[in-house]
Design a protein around this ligand. Structure first.
Ligand code: PLP
Length: 414
């Protein structure tokens, strides 16, 4: 079969495809000692129980079943969900948005695909308009989304070393410049893979730069506010017409319902809903319908506060303590300041092998991690071969064993 340019691009061996394939195979094998790659969100027992009860209750109502399973919604989303979410966001964030500012997508990944390709790529004058990512490493899932080539431009951050074993990335605002072809600025907060949360000052500066160029500022809140809110900074940011705010139902524990939401000015939301109609007709409905009563009653806040946040906080604290006790001062290592997300980002400065090689060595020992290279577009930066993403939401026995073996593998490679 002859492929179009789009066909070639979308089927090419992307980092995410290779990695997902490899991680999938590694996860399927039963000989793993520790699965510290992929695999989020965690199956939190209280959340699973709650979902089961909720599904059982709701499914007693025949109209819920026919609406949830047997009805196409409008491409913008389920009306009751959109109303409930707009009201919920307004009360929490003190914004003044309406359902016309919202559009549901079949997962935020698909939302980004439509959004990025709508506003970036080659325009009618043949100019390649790019999405600027102010800090790399950044979410691997963006990098291969462009239908056209080179849709993303990454920027190297400043690195602040904190004490002996911590560090933090910061937007290098002195050197962050956009060219005339910039289409948008985009950042995940907390960032996947690092758990970094850029400050309100950094946000304000980036918004100002975007506004000066009349382009949107896209903020990906998959792990942030309003849910799952696994983020240190619980203060919402301010609304503006140039903001595109993305959220997801996945990280509260519903990745399989495939629902993301984009909040934007009415024109952008309407354009996205048209794109959604063309690509998907309508969105999966079950997740929206499950979530609606939780938003209307405010119960979602209680789930976040009493179950989700303490769960990940406890996991982070345990993993940190094990890493500190196991690694000690035996070799150079630093963890990125953990300000949110479900991950730790480990920097092994002076590692003589790449973390892709370390990943292979670890896999043979039954420990699966995510090599950091995949989260960088600029492979000329040595730092890009020195980092690993570790999933912290694993049973304590796996963290204990996995970190011990990780240390062995690091020491063997030095
Ligand atoms: N954004 C970030 C930062 C993510 O980590 C993910 C998934 O891991 C997504 C977006 C996509 O999530 P989903 O398509 O499940 O909404």
């Amino acid at each position: 079969m002859k492929l179009s340019k789009f066909g070639q691009k979308i089927t090419s061996h992307s980092g995410i495809l290779d990695l997902m394939d490899d991680l999938g195979k590694a996860m399927a094998s039963n000989d793993n000692v520790a699965m510290l790659g992929g695999g989020n969100p965690a199956h939190i027992p209280e959340v699973i129980n709650l979902l089961q009860d909720e599904l059982q209750n709701l499914s007693k109502d025949k109209s819920w079943v026919s609406d949830g399973l047997a009805t196409y919604n409008t491409p913008r989303g389920n009306d009751r969900f959109l109303n409930a979410l707009a009201e919920y966001i307004n009360s929490k964030f003190k914004w003044n948005i309406s359902p016309e500012n919202l559009v549901v997508t079949p997962g935020s990944q698909a939302g980004f695909f439509m959004l990025f390709n709508m506003i970036a790529g080659v325009d009618e004058n043949g100019v390649n308009r790019q999405i600027h990512l102010p800090i790399e490493p950044e979410y691997i899932g963006y990098f291969d989304q462009g239908i056209t080539k080179d849709m993303f431009k990454t920027h190297q951050p400043k690195i602040h070393k904190i004490g002996e074993h911590e560090f933090k990335y910061q937007v290098d605002l002195d050197n962050f410049k956009l060219d005339d072809h910039a289409a948008a600025i985009c950042i995940s907060r907390p960032t996947n893979p690092t758990g970094n949360v850029i400050s309100k000052d950094e946000i304000d500066r980036l918004r100002e730069i975007a506004d000066n160029q009349n382009i949107p500022f896209i903020l990906d809140n998959a792990y942030g506010l309003p849910f799952p809110a696994v983020i240190d900074d619980q203060e919402p940011i301010e609304w503006s017409e140039s903001l595109i705010y993305s959220m997801s139902l996945s990280k509260v524990g519903l990745p399989a319902v495939r629902n993301g939401v984009i909040i934007a000015n009415k024109e952008t939301a309407s354009l996205l809903s048209s794109a959604n109609a063309i690509v998907s007709l309508a969105n999966p409905n079950i997740g929206q319908m499950l979530m609606t009563p939780l938003l209307e009653s405010g119960q979602i806040d209680q789930i976040v506060r009493d179950i989700i946040q303490p769960y990940y906080a406890q996991k982070a604290s345990y993993a940190k303590q094990v890493i500190e006790a196991t690694f000690g001062d035996d070799f150079p290592w630093r963890l990125h300041s953990h300000q949110g997300s479900f991950f730790f980002w480990l920097w092994l400065e002076n590692l003589p092998i790449s973390t892709k090689q370390l990943y292979q060595n670890l896999k043979k020992k039954g420990v699966v991690v995510v090599p950091g290279e995949y989260f960088f577009l600029d492979d000329s930066w040595e730092h890009s071969r020195q980092c690993l993403r570790l999933n912290i939401a694993r049973p304590e026995s796996e963290i204990d064993a996995g970190i011990k073996i990780l240390k062995q593998a690091i020491v063997e490679s030095i």
